[in-house]
Design a protein around this ligand. Structure first.
Ligand SMILES: [Zn+2]
Length: 151
């Protein structure tokens, strides 16, 4: 019998975030007044005197960012992760600003570096959760159509 991995601890404030992941959408907590993005749930720091979360909502985000910090795990504390080592735990600096903790997948751990561009990928688990992981980003195609050679 295999070991069971611990599941995310979903509180009421973040239920919409986890529900959207099942649909493979990556949301950030978003200020309706100034569009600042947050994760986890937070009050907008641009309006410190506004009470409660009236100005805040979940809205889809780019799912892109870069590696802010990471470490490579070669040993496990929970035997459920025996087959995952070595794995990379990272803080992703999202394009929209927030730091997001996750794993880097889709490349060898030695290939991960600070500043590496990454994009979200969705891992559906047998327990019905979808986990947001990050993989090396495909190179963005440069749009040169707006370039004016004679400005
Ligand atoms: Zn705001």
């Amino acid at each position: 019998m295999g070991f069971t991995k611990p599941l995310p601890d979903v509180d009421e404030d973040h239920r919409a975030f986890w529900d959207a992941l099942r649909l493979h959408k990556f949301l950030l907590w978003t200020c309706k007044k100034c569009s600042a993005r947050y994760w986890p749930v937070s009050l907008c720091r641009n309006h410190p005197n506004d009470p409660f979360f009236d100005n805040m909502e979940w809205a889809e985000a780019s799912g892109r960012g870069s590696v802010f910090a990471f470490n490579i795990h070669y040993t496990v504390f929970d035997p459920a992760f025996n087959e995952d080592v070595p794995y990379v735990f990272a803080l992703i600096e999202l394009e929209e600003g927030p730091l997001f903790p996750s794993n880097i997948v889709g490349c060898a751990p030695e290939e991960v570096g600070i500043g590496m561009p990454v994009e979200v990928t969705f891992e559906d688990t047998i327990q019905g959760f979808t986990l947001p992981k990050f993989r090396p980003a495909k190179p963005q195609r440069l749009d040169l159509s707006n370039l004016n050679p004679y400005p």
